[in-house]
Ligand binder design. Structure first.
Ligand code: SF4
Length: 340
């Protein structure tokens, strides 16, 4: 516990911001959460179930919300600008007020790549081409007329990831496993549907991910086709025609689908880039915020008093995000208690 009460601003009340707020509160601080949405929870709260356990996202976000209920939380509030003073930061908020703080935590999360930029996949052009986010919304609300007992569903991996032309050379890390999760969920909803995953490589690095992949093939009969989709078109009946090269057996394939799901990649939240530049925090050449180093200081920025947690520095899984939020809270505590 510190003698004075420094102000710690946490920008973003997704799971990174909430977990950091929870930990900082446990350490005796009174952090302030600033969230531009009307609710807390961020992207994870919009997702239906979480891989690889298939647990409802509410199982994570519900307790986090409850345990941070006493934290001062400014909803519907954007940071209009940040000014760097000597040892402090002055945040100007969208309601015209300001917040002088001794530490700032970027928990600004990510944006999904805008799939319409990859015109060849037809998002925004063909009715039955949707994104991973659209599908999660359907799992939650079941109110998308485009998803009507499909008999054939495809998933395209790496949409706007590992793609220099799209401006994002990085692997988004979570979309292979998300595609497998969503493919299984489609099979659970529509057991008769044929489901295809078109991938370049399968990057399944996390605990139990490989088991999940085996289960998808063995128990659900999901087809995994290694090969880039070369062309997407629309048949006269409104179905989606996909052409691809199966690079494992060297044959071109063509399938007609009722639904094509694009696994849009993860890019940095542009707000985070903007704030970073305002206060001289480095943005890396991949577009994400630059940590002091990527080995043992991933939650620390190049500027004293500015810290990171979660996907502002690159694509992260949920467990990684939570671990970083805890680590960032400890780093903030150590920073504020450092003899000056
Ligand atoms: S996790 Fe898979 S789908 Fe996502 S960018 Fe990496 S290789 Fe592509």
């Amino acid at each position: 516990m510190v003698n004075r009460q420094p102000v710690i601003s946490i920008i973003g009340a997704g799971i990174a911001g909430l977990e950091a707020a929870r930990q900082l509160s446990a350490l005796g601080y009174k952090p302030v959460l600033i969230e531009k949405a009307p609710v807390v929870g961020g992207h994870v709260a919009e997702w239906n179930r979480l891989f690889p356990d298939m647990s409802p996202s509410e199982d994570l976000t519900g307790p986090l919300r409850a345990q941070t209920a006493g934290v001062r939380t400014l909803l519907n509030t954007e940071v209009a600008s940040i000014n760097r003073l000597k040892d402090e930061y002055n945040l100007i908020l969208s309601d015209g007020s300001s917040l002088l703080c001794q530490a700032v935590l970027f928990a600004t999360g990510f944006h999904l790549f805008d799939a319409s930029k990859k015109e060849e996949y037809g998002y925004g052009i063909y009715d039955r081409v949707i994104t991973n986010r659209d599908l999660e919304a359907w799992f939650n609300h079941k109110d998308d007329r485009r998803i009507d007992h499909p008999k054939a569903v495809g998933f395209v991996h790496c949409v706007g990831s590992r793609d220099v032309k799209a401006g994002n050379a990085q692997c988004s890390k979570v979309c292979c496993i998300t595609a497998i999760k969503e493919a299984i969920e489609i099979k659970e909803e529509f057991p008769d549907a044929e489901v295809y995953c078109f991938y370049m490589d399968l990057r399944l690095f996390g605990k139990k991910y490989e088991d999940f992949y085996i289960k998808a093939q063995r128990d659900y009969g999901i087809h995994f086709i290694r090969g880039r989709v070369s062309e997407v078109g629309e048949a006269v009946d409104g179905r989606v025609v996909v052409k691809a090269e199966d690079t494992l057996n060297g044959k071109p394939i063509k399938v007609t689908l009722d639904l094509l799901v694009l696994m849009a990649g993860i890019v940095c939240n542009p707000d985070a880039q903007h704030y970073a530049r305002e206060i001289g925090v480095a943005v890396d050449d991949d577009g994400f915020l630059k940590s002091r180093n990527n080995v043992d200081a991933i939650t620390e920025s190049s500027r004293p008093g500015v810290f990171f947690a979660g996907s502002c520095t690159g694509a992260k899984t949920v467990p990684e995000t939570l671990a970083e939020a805890r680590s960032a809270a400890l780093a903030i505590h150590q920073y504020l208690n450092k003899p000056r």
